[in-house]
Design a protein around this ligand. Structure first.
Ligand code: AMP
Length: 403
């Protein structure tokens, strides 16, 4: 189905073409008409499904008959990075409309944001904490608000923002259209949806291809103290062009980044102790390819949309199995090839088993001479449906590359 059939105005069709999109994604096909029809929306969708355009395009179209710089749409996001990306998307899709997009997030000075808000914006993209600051200073006026979007609501819950979000919502006009997006549907999110959505249209989509199917996954059994050396070895002996490494802690991210840089790699780190300026610089360096490794914590990497990641390395096995799926979904975007490599110390075996349960398959083991530990005994053979997944063990000699 072409975009034109969705009833978008010519300015938006031009913008979509400019962005290089040919056909709408499934979530766009479902969400755009629903928003045009004035319905509330409950969308179960991850990043990578095209959800931003699914809400930004119809909102922009509904805001098009301008009423002179009044705040009419509020988008709440859990992280600054996602806020920046969403605001950039509104800017790109709205490039042929004269609407002003505001962006407020914490960690930077208040006053430029304050000036923007005073001058007036039509759409405001915000993280909850900083928006509350502006509200307490009387910088925002929600009187004319027509649209509220909660993006990645489950992340807001994880990060402890949900009470702030509820406080913000209490100050908004009751008569408005509300769109709630969440990758997972924990009970607290369903309750929130019950409270704030009126007779919503429910939309559920998965990524165009689930990463679990398209990403080549492997696990290395390795002692905790050998993990840095193994990563360094892989970087030197395999073709790994753009590598996103996840560590469990901020300190772990810093120590590993330092180790890699001392061994001649170009690595940057991204975690909660970094200033906004440092995060922006690290991301730019990685995106542009000047740095080939980005070491991040889960929270810092949430919502990041970086194309061309060749490898995701789980330096620690994620403790929450769903996080594994989120992490490996950063590679193999848009049908490209991608690898997910997990380093498992013996004490992390049970976390890996939980992941294998969730994804319904065993992750093949790969061994590198001089680094790998023998695999844990008695790896279970998992039966999923009628298929039996038998763990495989692939031996790669030093310097070799499987495939
Ligand atoms: P999102 O799920 O909003 O984070 O979008 C994921 C990626 O898909 C972004 O890089 C978008 O630019 C891209 N995208 C969104 N809609 C389309 C479309 N209809 N065709 C191709 N790419 C798209």
């Amino acid at each position: 189905m072409p975009f034109a059939q969705l009833g978008l105005v010519p300015e938006l069709l031009r913008a979509v073409k400019h962005a290089g999109y040919e056909t709408p994604t499934p979530i766009q096909v479902q969400a755009i008409p629903a928003v045009f029809a004035g319905k509330d929306l409950f969308g179960c969708a991850q990043t990578g499904t095209g959800k931003t355009a699914a809400f930004a395009l119809p909102i922009l179209q509904r805001l098009k008959p301008g009423k002179g710089r009044r705040l009419r749409a509020l988008i709440l996001t859990p992280t600054r990075e996602l806020a920046v990306q969403v605001a950039e998307s509104f800017g790109a899709y709205g490039r042929f409309l004269s609407l002003r997009i505001g962006l407020v997030y914490g960690g930077v000075s208040l006053s430029p944001q304050e000036n923007d808000l005073r001058r007036g914006v039509d759409v405001l993209v915000a993280t909850p904490g900083r928006l509350m600051d502006h509200m307490s200073r009387g910088n925002v006026d929600f009187q004319h608000l027509e649209f509220l979007v909660l993006d990645e609501a489950d992340r807001m819950l994880d990060m402890g923002f949900i009470d702030d979000v509820k406080d913000i919502i209490r100050t908004l006009p009751k008569k408005r259209q509300t769109l709630l997006f969440s990758a997972t549907m924990p009970y607290a999110i369903q309750r929130l949806a019950d409270e704030i959505l009126r007779d919503p249209v429910g939309i559920e989509v998965t990524r165009r291809a689930t990463p679990v199917e398209t990403v080549r996954q492997t696990v290395h059994c390795v002692a905790g103290w050998d993990k840095a050396k193994l990563l360094n070895h892989l970087l030197e002996n395999q073709v790994m062009s753009q590598v996103l490494v996840f560590t469990r802690t901020r300190r772990g991210a810093e120590t590993l980044t330092r180790f890699l840089n001392e061994h001649g790699k170009t690595a940057a780190s991204l975690h909660g102790d970094k200033t906004q300026n440092e995060r922006t610089k690290a991301l730019e360096a990685f995106r542009s390819g000047r740095y080939s490794v980005l070491v991040a914590t889960d929270v810092a990497a949430r919502g990041l949309d970086i194309d061309g990641i060749s490898h995701v390395v789980n330096y620690n096995v994620p403790e929450t199995p769903e996080n594994y799926v989120h992490r490996i979904g950063r590679t193999a975007r848009a049908g490209e090839a991608g690898d997910a490599i997990t380093f498992m110390a013996p004490e992390e075996t049970s976390s890996l088993r939980a992941i294998e349960q969730l994804i319904g398959q065993s992750i093949p083991e790969e061994a590198v001479e001089g680094y790998s530990l023998p695999p844990p005994v008695a790896r279970p053979v998992k039966r999923v449906g009628t298929r039996v997944f038998r763990p495989r063990r692939l031996l790669v000699s030093s310097g070799g590359r499987r495939r």
